[in-house]
Every structure is written in C-alpha cells, then in structure tokens.
Design a protein around this ligand. Structure first.
Ligand SMILES: [Zn+2]
Length: 216
C-alpha cells in the first residue's frame, strides 16, 4: 500500500519518472546541510541550496541530451584514409552513482573508420554527455564505445578511461594517487592484438596491462 503511494508520487501514469520542482530540490539540500550539522538559515548558507541545484543542472545535464545526436553529422570524404583515428586525453568530470562524489579523469578513444569519420570535437561532446550523469566508470567506458559503434559502424572501437574517484581519495580508504583504468575494445581492436597494441601505444599505455597479447 505504502509502496503504491510512493510510486504514485514519483512516477506519472506513463511510468515516467517525474522531475521534482526546484523548491523540492532546494529543500533536499537544506536537509543535507542540517544532516551535516550546520544551520541552513545562517547567512553564509542561505543561498547555498539554490546554488547547489544550479550546479546539479550543469553536472547532470547529460540526462537531457541524446549522445547519438552529436555523431549524426559525419564526413564521408575520407580521401581513402583507412587507419586508426585516435583522440586522447579527453578530460571529463563525472559523479559516481554510489556516493555522488566526483570522478575526474581522461578518456582516450580510437576507431577504425569504415568510410565515415566524425569531427573530433563531437567525440569530446559524446564523452561529456555520458559523463554528466551518475555513473560508474566501467559503464561509462562501455556506453561511449557502444554509442560510437552503433552510430558510425566502424571496423572497431577502442575506449580507455583513466580516472580518480573522490569517494575513494577523500573518504573511506583514503587512497590518494590511485587511478582506475577501464577499457572496452570492439571489433578489430578486440580481435587483432596488433591493432589494439597500435592504439594502446598511441595513448601511451603498454599492451601488457590490458591482458592483450601485445609486446608490452
Ligand atoms: Zn563512489
């Protein structure tokens, strides 16, 4: 019974999640301030709930964007280019879905085009859309790879993400200087050790670390 009432509150008839009002979101921030042990009515904190809610609009803007839109404009005129395209060190900021703490790092993308290429700024936008959602790094890495694979239909896609998780560096085990590396290899990058190695060398990671058969 209670459960049904709860569901009614957050879901519309169509089963869509209903977005709370700005006032509700600000009230939730006030609650968290009180939970932290401070007074949300003290002068320095009075405007904080509205600032936090505005920051959330920016940090989580990825929910309102369709990542494949950024890849809809492709270029067919590749002049016969048939080598791997690599864009490395795409910085991103995301938030872990377990603690809502920042994940900060870099994504490296490679693909072997089949006639169609995409502008490099679009690859960076693609990363941004997935990063601006609550994430775990493994899922984000896989989502970027699948999206590129589905839209560009290349011979293969490689995505490597390196990031530090503030839920690990600032709390819990307090391990600083630790970064997590995740990768997703599709098509030729998965099937051909040489192609995978070419990509990993281009981004400065030796193949051995990725369980590959590379010379690393
Ligand atoms: Zn976390």
């Amino acid at each position: 019974m209670d459960k049904a009432v709860e569901n009614k509150r957050v879901r519309s008839a169509a089963g869509q999640l209903e977005k709370p009002s700005r006032e509700e979101a600000e009230a939730a921030v006030r609650t968290l301030i009180r939970w932290s042990g401070d007074d949300p009515d003290r002068e320095g904190l009075r405007a904080t709930p509205s600032r936090v809610v505005r920051a959330y609009e920016e940090w989580f803007s990825g929910y309102t964007a369709d990542p494949s839109d950024y890849l809809s404009r492709t270029f067919d005129e590749t002049g016969g280019y048939d080598e791997v395209v690599v864009l490395r060190d795409i910085r991103f900021e995301s938030h872990c879905e377990h603690h809502m703490a920042p994940i900060i790092g870099r994504v490296h993308i490679g693909y072997l085009p089949r006639n169609r290429v995409v502008g490099i700024s679009k690859l960076a936008r693609l990363v941004e859309v997935f990063a601006r959602r609550l994430q775990i790094q493994e899922k984000m890495t896989a989502e970027i790879a699948s999206c590129l694979d589905a839209v560009l239909k290349p011979h293969g896609v490689a995505v490597v993400t390196e990031a530090t998780h503030q839920c690990m560096t600032t709390r819990g085990v307090h391990k600083t200087g630790v970064s997590m590396v995740t990768s997703r290899m599709l098509g030729v990058f998965r099937d051909h050790a040489e192609t995978r190695q070419e990509f990993l060398s281009a981004i400065g990671i030796r193949g051995g670390a990725h369980g590959g058969n590379g010379a690393g």
